[in-house]
Design a protein around this ligand. Structure first.
Ligand SMILES: [Zn+2]
Length: 373
């Protein structure tokens, strides 16, 4: 009798652990880092440096500077020299969408093909071509996943956004959302400031940016890191901007160097999360871009917008905790930028939005295995 009771209790325990529905039963713990690299073309991501642009006197002043990214025999080596973290590490711990050479496509659903409409689509999961038709500093009427999460979270810095471009406080609607936003030439203001943040505030005043509305990405990155270490937000958004601005300047050499540098920033963020108990083995990274750029005619690489063919072609990386390690997707498929916010909602157990209302579907990226504890 005693034994029977014991057996029954044992069986019950076994059943309870076995029926744990999925890895994401512990949803409250999963953190997300969403990162965008403004206007980085899928062409460079998947095939590396374009040797025509790198040898064009109009776009590259010193081709020697780019040789290390070109002197390779295979496309795989070439792209890995440009973005080593993506091609050596992300491939082993996630999925890479958008290599059109395999007919694996990611597109925007908005018809504008420039930044504000692109970021709105990524952050809300739905294009809004009726209201968002320019990059003007107008507060977004739509609600981003950052705001959704901040509203239900029970603490002040549950989400945080760091951006090089000064329109982000409006895209995220800083006034309404309650999300901590540090963008453009903002100083850190999450008091009390750390030593690093005080130094960054000084440096940012002392290092002039080449652009009037965009700061250098190193500042965005360091402000984000300082905030993350101090406040441990569950949902982090970082919007790097250099790639787009150097491209508009027509400076291919700088565009490529910014791409290579941004890959190193992604590596640093990944490593930061792996040495911090709050994030280690519970953080998902999603990396994407707000629009593509042209290829034909050749000078259209500088530009984007509805009149530039191919500027709606983008790409997505998803990697980290509980993500299927699929590597580069090499089969035909069609994906959209409006699937990113729904994927974040699913991972973080936020209320899902109706596909019938124009929202995208969450990407199928998660492992569905039972974790025994
Ligand atoms: Zn642009």
């Amino acid at each position: 009798m005693k034994n029977a009771k014991f057996l029954f209790a044992f069986a019950l325990c076994f059943m309870i652990t076995s029926f744990r529905p999925s890895l994401f039963a512990q949803r409250d713990k999963t953190k997300v880092f969403l990162i965008t690299l403004d206007g980085l073309r899928w062409q460079e991501l998947f095939t590396g440096v374009d040797s025509v642009l790198a040898h064009s006197k109009s776009f590259t002043s010193n081709p020697k500077q780019l040789e290390r990214f070109m002197n390779h025999t295979t496309v795989q080596e070439k792209r890995a020299s440009l973005m080593p973290f993506v091609w050596n590490r992300v491939t082993k711990m996630g999925a890479i969408y958008g290599n059109r050479h395999f007919k694996n496509k990611v597109n925007l659903t908005n018809k504008m093909w420039f930044s504000y409409p692109g970021y709105n689509e990524i952050l809300t999961g739905k294009a809004d071509d009726e209201h968002i038709t320019s990059n003007a500093k107008i507060n977004n009427r739509n609600i981003t996943v950052l705001e959704e999460y901040q509203r239900i979270a029970k603490r002040k810095y549950a989400s945080g956004a760091f951006a090089s471009w000064d329109v982000f406080p409006f895209i995220i609607n800083k006034e309404r959302s309650g999300v901590y936003v540090n963008a453009g030439f903002d100083s850190a203001y999450n008091e009390p400031l750390s030593r690093e943040e005080k130094l960054l505030n000084d440096l940012q005043r002392q290092v002039p940016s080449p652009w009037s509305s965009v700061r250098l990405d190193g500042f965005t990155h360091q402000y984000a890191k300082a905030f993350i270490k101090k406040n441990h937000p569950d949902l982090v958004y970082i919007a790097y901007g250099e790639t787009d601005d150097f491209a508009h300047d027509g400076d291919y050499e700088a565009y490529i160097k910014a791409t290579h540098n941004t890959d190193a920033l992604l590596k640093e963020l990944w490593e930061l999360t792996q040495v911090d108990e709050f994030y280690r083995d519970q953080t998902v990274f999603i990396v994407t871009t707000d629009h593509g750029r042209g290829t034909v005619p050749i000078e259209s690489w500088k530009s984007h917008g509805a009149s530039v063919k191919g500027a709606d072609q983008t790409w997505i990386l998803v990697y980290g905790f509980g993500i299927k390690p699929q590597g580069e997707l090499q089969e035909e498929g069609q994906y959209y930028a409006n699937q990113i916010a729904p994927t974040i909602r699913k991972i973080m157990a936020l209320e899902s939005k109706d596909v019938a209302q124009g929202y995208g579907k969450a990407l199928d990226v998660q492992l569905n295995r039972v974790i025994q504890q």
